[in-house]
Design a protein around this ligand. Sequence first.
Ligand SMILES: NCc1[nH]cc(CCC(=O)O)c1CC(=O)O
Ligand SMILES: [Zn+2]
Ligand SMILES: [Zn+2]
Length: 328
Amino acid sequence: MDISSILQGGYAHPLSREWQGRRQLTKSMFMYPIFITDDPDASFVIESLPGQRRWGVNKLEEFIGPLVAKGLKSVILFGVPLNCQKDYCGTPADDPQGPVILAIRKLRELYPDLYIACDVCLCEYTDHGHCGYLHEDGTINNAPSVKRIAEVAVNYAKAGAHCVAPSDMMDGRIKAIKEGLIQAGLGNKCTLMAYSAKFASGLYGPFRDAAGSAPSFGNRKCYQLPPQAKGLARRAIQRDANEGADIIMVKPALPYLDIIADAAQLTPDHPLACYQVSGEYAMVVAGARAGVYDLRVMAFETVESMVRAGATLILTYFTPDFLEWLES
Ligand SMILES: NCc1[nH]cc(CCC(=O)O)c1CC(=O)O
Ligand SMILES: [Zn+2]
Ligand SMILES: [Zn+2]
């Protein structure tokens, strides 16, 4: 089947059907990013991300169970391999016994109604910490990167992920993943959420600390967008929509509300996600602790601004808090 023929990947699941149109702040608009590590009994505090932990597969029930009871609808998984051999091509990313694939299976079994998205990237699994393969001179080698990223995405989908979300920013990965899903017979079953406008931001620090994914040399400026690049962001959004993305994402969120608004105008027929990233979350928490504002007031103000700009889905570490706050 041709890429432009596939619509069902975006509404195979009841939750992804809800995301096809919604403007009011509801529990189902929140997707919770969680860190899964390869020590099955881990419950390690992440210093730079207050309230967040690295979890082992055996602890998922005690961690996620109470949240599902409060109305948690979706999670996005990030693998944090600590005991594996990292290499140039990120072999551990789709290890059948690795933390992400084990967590997908476990969560599907425990919570049949929970929507499971997986971040797809190589930086957590490569020895150099970059998001793709490298040439000998240290620059990104796009073609084999895309091939490997698509392979990982398809393996997550085969393991049961409802959604795969490539965050690497390689050119052509959306088309490659969509084609891979189609070939695997999953084109109509798995949502493809594109981190389309991902900027090279100063706000990823706590995440890189949490995931152990800081590059060992250089930076990501050749594959993440320059903060001033409104034009590139708009082109990337349109490109990814044309390549078969089911959901468009803008990341980070708060400093890029204009890009969210642009995406809402450029791809009005796609659900629009934004990622309130680790540094944004840490900043809101730090300000509240310093007495600058009330945490809840500020958390609401930030996500309301994203919804106002056009977001229909918000990835945020505040998800457990919003499940509480939206109760009353
Ligand atoms: N490709 C890895 C990835 N996926 C999500 C985030 C950031 C998430 C966050 O800061 O909360 C990053 C970090 C990066 O690109 O350096
Ligand atoms: Zn990466
Ligand atoms: Zn080369």
